[in-house]
Design a binder for this molecule. Structure first.
Ligand code: FAD
Length: 456
């Protein structure tokens, strides 16, 4: 008999989850399984073909949004310690819900919980002025408009944010923007009304992390040109899309700057912590969904290679077992990070967030790959969601910083924090060992001492 989502919360996380969150978690589970997953193929068909893919959006998403809102599933991602007018869940509680949202392509948007709006709304909620909140946060929270976050640029290594070149120059009572951006997710959608743009306001500041700022640019501002949309392993992700954009003498008022000049990195840090937890939990959900496909295929009576059902081939059952272990271990990594964010804030949980950001997409990719393999050619085609899932999970190892950059930071931090303590403790232990040998009159027993010492 299957158990509900709230009954499956790992015991380690359970004491931190309210009864209200458990109830909604079960509603989210049912909504995703019964409404969103069946609607995914309808969404893809409604996107249409050719240029129509970039005009309007599938009506099924509006239907699902109405249902989700009626059932109380709306903006659950906005953490209660940052925003009093949200639905008041913790990062941990939302992380548990995000896992289910990750099983469907459209469930996150149906609940107004999809990136990049989630991160952008958090920026407005935490750092926006009252006027910025009024103009942008309100319609975003209502699900009336969408938004994009523009940091990456075409001709630099954008994994190091200090390289960002787009120039934001103050000219009297306005700022002038010049430069290029790429991989700007969401810019294909006609509902995308505001861009949060990272650029350089203070190129000569002695601290390279105080040269950047984030400024708001309405998407219909003159001087911006979307040249083309980019594809992910051939998927265009319409109507959302990923745009390549140039800025030529784009004029925005001074009050469009968020928080102040030189505060861009500070805002980025606040934006990315919880966002990485959301990505990771959705990836766990995708991995769970792939495992469901894997198990379903193993039990397909029609498939009997070499005279045995797939489930009778030991190696395939081993894949099920490995997937189970790896998903469960990864979930604990993410939930642990969410609990730490809730206890203080994202800065307190940098190590745990990085671990989740690095580990989970790798595990999810491995599980999806096994599910693809067990489906044979069917797995790489369009008749299962697996190929598309693999393509999108693969981008998580690059988007929002590549694995290598996060590993380097995590390694550097771990080394810095621990090197003195580790050196001291090991030296003390070795000294104590020498003291014990000496004080107890015990001879050190060396391997082969009787035979080899003679030859020294
Ligand atoms: C589907 C998708 C959606 C995206 N959406 C957005 C968006 O909405 N907004 C936005 O601003 N950007 C977006 N991006 C861009 C993404 O954030 C960048 O691609 C990412 O930060 C890496 O930057 P880069 O492509 O310039 O790679 P580079 O910085 O050039 O890095 C290339 C490679 O160099 C290696 N490398 C980098 N640093 C290190 C290191 N410290 N140690 C060892 N090796 C290293 C890694 O192998 C890395 O993959 C998106 C990308 C994808 C694929």
């Amino acid at each position: 008999m299957s158990t509900s989502a709230s009954q499956n919360i790992p015991p380690i996380a359970l004491p931190f989850v309210s009864e209200r969150a458990k109830k909604l978690l079960d509603v989210v589970e049912r909504f995703v399984h019964e409404e969103c997953i069946p609607a995914d193929p309808v969404f893809f068909s409604q996107v249409g073909t050719g240029d129509a893919r970039w005009h309007g959006h599938p009506s099924i998403i509006d239907e699902l949004k109405k249902k989700a809102r009626t059932l109380g599933m709306w903006n659950m991602f906005l953490p209660k310690n940052h925003y009093k007018n949200g639905p008041q869940f913790t990062n941990l509680e939302y992380a548990l819900m995000a896992e289910y949202l990750g099983k469907s392509t459209i469930a996150s948007e149906a609940c107004n919980c999809s990136p990049p709006d989630t991160g952008n709304m958090e920026v407005f909620a935490r750092y926006g002025s009252p006027a910025q909140k009024d103009q942008w946060l309100k319609p975003l929270m209502e699900g009336e408009i969408r938004s994009a976050f523009l940091m990456t640029e075409p001709n630099i290594a954008s994994s190091d944010g200090s390289n960002i070149q787009l120039r934001i120059e103050r000219r009297g009572d306005y700022y002038l923007l010049n430069g290029s951006k790429t991989w700007a997710s969401g810019t294909g959608d006609e509902r995308c009304k505001v861009y949060l743009v990272m650029g350089k306001t203070n190129p000569d500041h002695p601290d390279q992390y105080r040269r950047q700022s984030i400024i708001l640019v309405p998407s219909d501002t003159p001087g911006m040109k979307i040249h083309r949309m980019l594809s992910v392993y051939g998927y265009d992700d319409a109507p959302h899309g990923h745009g390549q954009i140039t800025f030529t003498n784009v004029k925005v008022p001074l009050d469009a700057l968020i928080l102040g000049e030189g505060r861009g990195f500070e805002i980025m840090q606040g934006r990315l912590g919880p966002g990485r937890i959301h990505h990771a939990m959705r990836a766990i959900g995708a991995a769970e969904y792939a495992l469901e496909w894997l198990i379903n295929r193993l039990n397909d009576e029609r498939k009997k290679p070499f005279g045995k059902r797939l489930s009778e081939h030991g190696v395939l059952l081993e894949w099920v077992a490995k997937s189970r272990i790896e998903i469960d271990a990864s979930r604990l990594i993410v939930l642990n990070a969410a609990i730490k964010i809730d206890q203080m804030d994202a800065k307190f949980a940098l190590k745990e967030i990085a671990a989740a950001k690095i580990k989970v997409p790798q595990v999810a990719l491995e599980v999806v790959d096994r599910a693809i393999q067990v489906h044979g050619a069917l797995g790489v085609g369009q008749d299962t969601p697996l190929a598309s899932m693999w393509a999108h999970l693969r981008t998580l190892r690059i988007a929002d910083g590549p694995d290598e950059a996060h590993l380097q930071q995590l390694g550097r931090r771990e080394n810095k924090q621990r090197k003195d303590e580790v050196k001291r403790r090991l030296a003390q232990q070795q000294a104590k060992t020498e003291f014990l040998f000496h004080s107890m009159g015990v001879d050190r027993k060396e391997l082969g001492a009787a035979k080899f010492n003679a030859k020294l």
